[in-house]
Design a protein around this ligand. Sequence first.
Ligand code: KIV
Length: 284
Amino acid sequence: MAKKKTIHDFYEMKKNGEKITFLTSYDFPTAQFAEAAGLDMLLVGDSLGMCVYGYSGTVPVVMDQMIFHANAVRRGAPNTFVIGDMPFMSYQSSLEKAVENAGRFLKEAECDAIKLEGGVRIVPQIKAIVEAGIVVMGHIGLTPQSSGQLGGHKAQGRTAETAKLVVEDALAVQSAGAQMILLEAIPPEIGAYIAKKSTIPALSIGAGPGCDGQLLIVSDLIGQFQAFTPKFVKKYCNVAETVTNAMRAYCADVRHGAFPAEEHCYRMLEGEERKFKDLMKTEG
Ligand code: KIV
């Protein structure tokens, strides 16, 4: 079994140009698969609101849900670096709340780090959480929790002026003490520029190949999430089709009496069926 990586390993990987593999995970079995597949990091993302709970966005997700899922992921992937994602309103309203909720991921789910959305405007929160001794991953570019302000789930930094703002966010997050940064849905030129300019690992989800590593949402990668498919997604299998076909085959077997078959039945012990029939006769 590979040794669990630490933040220092990720710095080393950035220095050596070795790409970091990063995937979301929300439950025990998927975390087991991810660890077996050799993922470097797992994000218990608030995208579970859409991928697991069927909400239309991430805003309704609350801290307790995140802790339950982070716990399951930790149990499934005990030797993988796990990051807990701070849900909407778990860090915006006060620094105390931000530190307390970040701490819950470590104390109650044994996460290795936390992630929170926002650049310049959440510098005080990042500083306070780092000050408490917690490894922080910043998240800039398209930030789904504030997609209302962004006018929807839209790529960011596509003009020179807005790209400059994204770079300013990245540098502010780094200066505040974040030890990693996630760049979502920005042009590859800007992703590569930030990765080169920053001293901390810059991970991409739709920020191009020039970043220090790549993140995908597991439900997209396995073809499970069906509501929409962002441009940055590559599907590696089609679980929705495979599972639906398996369920159809099960229904057909039950309807036609092909399931359960002899091998699925618990037979009575030798001679017990005759005794049972006698017993039932005497009972009347
Ligand atoms: O919750 C999540 O999975 C995320 C990704 C969209 C980056 O934050």
